[in-house]
Design a protein around this ligand. Structure first.
Ligand SMILES: Nc1ncnc2c1ncn2[C@@H]1O[C@H](COP(=O)(O)OP(=O)(O)OP(=O)(O)O)[C@@H](O)[C@H]1O
Ligand SMILES: [Mg+2]
Length: 399
């Protein structure tokens, strides 16, 4: 995977004497002390990270931690005081006006928290805006905008004014406007935080779907840890302008680097971020459909089980057999497993959240099976693992 964005030692200082503050920063003075002594505010303090192409990269942190400042550096709405931002091998900090215009029009799109729509333009005209600036001809830009609106589920709303739409819909317009320019990189500054929880959830899922289709590189800001963990391939946590930890959601969840992040992690609803693949196990025992009743009994006895899953070629799940059925079959001199197969177990996919498995887990006699699209058996989830997954620490590593 190639590195799309490399941020190197970026510092952003607000105030009229940034050089003075920068020197103090280099000599190790804190953000607070520098503010006291110089009146300069450290927005972003020596931040470095890289983002791979197509990655969903989340920046998380409390209010004032520097998230917006950092993301504004990435499209040069703000110019860093020092440091480099390499995008597609070019340092955009060095861009002149002309290069910047081109960069903003073609390579990067931004979606804002409060939608940032033009109230006097129709939905369609809002989405066309970027293309209009780029002087794309009328018919072409109309078609692109219609397509973008369709892709966010707003077909039929083109001629409405923004204030005739709900918050969720307005944010879809914001997203469509960014997508219409077909940028490689989408910057999203708390795009869903003004939305109510249900709509927000829906938008998150849609964004993931759009992402999987369009393969954009997304930088997404939030201060909602559940949102961060649900969406992010990688997460950085910021505090006082600095990055305090970066890693995958699993790494951060399992090894919070300090108390600040532990506090964040504590508030997380684990059922909403842990997926089937994180807690599924390899089954202790499996039998092949061709194996016969006696070897199924043997397998169950060996492993002290009262049932065992049966697979065919390529590990495709055929069903489950119970010890009682197998013993009866042997008595009746039946040897094939096929007639004994039961299917009263629950199935899921590896991306399913535990939240949605809880009910099945309590109802099911057997472990829940995790299957891929070809019904290949990837793993099983036993009830105790689901419950363990809900514990605040380390219910996570099993497989
Ligand atoms: N234009 C500005 N002038 C002066 N200081 C600024 C400016 N913009 C941001 N700051 C300061 O920089 C720091 C980081 O602010 P920033 O807006 O990046 O935080 P944030 O993490 O996005 O917060 P929020 O979650 O509230 O949006 C804060 O101390 C803030 O006061
Ligand atoms: Mg902000």
């Amino acid at each position: 995977m190639s590195e799309k964005i490399i941020v190197k030692n970026v510092v952003k200082i607000f105030g009229s004497k940034p050089k003075l503050a920068l020197n103090k920063l280099k000599s190790g003075l804190s953000k607070e002390k520098i503010l006291q002594q110089t009146g300069q505010t450290i927005g972003v303090n020596n931040v470095s990270f890289s983002v791979n192409e197509g990655e969903f990269f989340v920046i998380m942190g409390l209010s004032g931690s520097g998230k917006s400042t950092l993301v504004r550096c990435l499209n040069r709405l703000t110019t860093p005081t020092s440091g480099q931002i390499i995008i597609d091998k070019e340092d955009i900090v060095q861009y002149d006006k002309h290069q910047l215009r081109e960069f903003r029009q073609k390579k990067v799109g931004m979606v804002f928290q409060n939608f940032g729509l033009f109230t006097h333009r129709t939905v369609l005209e809002n989405v066309e805006y970027g293309l209009e600036i780029r002087k794309v001809d009328k018919e072409k830009r109309r078609n692109i905008a219609l397509q973008a609106l369709k892709s966010v589920g707003l077909k039929g709303w083109e001629e409405k004014m923004p204030n005739e739409l709900s918050g969720g819909m307005q944010q879809r317009v914001g997203l469509a406007r960014a997508l219409a320019n077909d940028p490689d990189i989408l910057l999203m500054d708390e795009p869903f935080s003004a939305l109510d929880p249900l709509i927000r959830r829906e938008m998150q899922l849609e964004l993931l779907e759009i992402q999987s289709k369009l393969k954009k590189t997304i930088i997404f800001i939030t201060h909602d840890i559940n949102e961060a963990f649900r969406l992010g391939d990688k997460i950085v946590v910021m505090k006082d302008g600095e990055i305090v930890q970066q890693g995958t959601p699993e790494e951060i969840l399992n090894h919070p680097s300090d108390e600040y992040i532990e506090d964040f992690v504590k508030s997380i609803d684990r059922t909403k971020v842990i997926q089937a693949k994180n807690i599924m196990q390899k089954p202790n025992a499996l039998v092949s459909i061709t194996a016969g009743v006696r070897s199924a009994i043997h397998e169950m006895e060996e492993n002290s089980l009262s049932s065992v899953f049966v697979i065919g070629k390529d590990r495709v799940l055929k069903g489950i057999v119970t010890i009682d059925d197998c013993v009866k079959a042997v008595k009746n001199k039946h040897s094939s497993l096929t007639e004994l197969l039961r299917h009263d177990y629950y199935e899921t996919t590896e991306d399913e959240y535990i939240e949605n498995l809880l009910e099945d887990a309590t109802k099911s006699k057997y472990p829940i099976v995790v299957l891929d699209n070809n019904r290949k058996l990837l793993g099983i989830i036993v009830r105790t693992t689901i419950l363990a997954g809900l514990l605040p620490t380390n219910g996570y590593d099993s497989n």
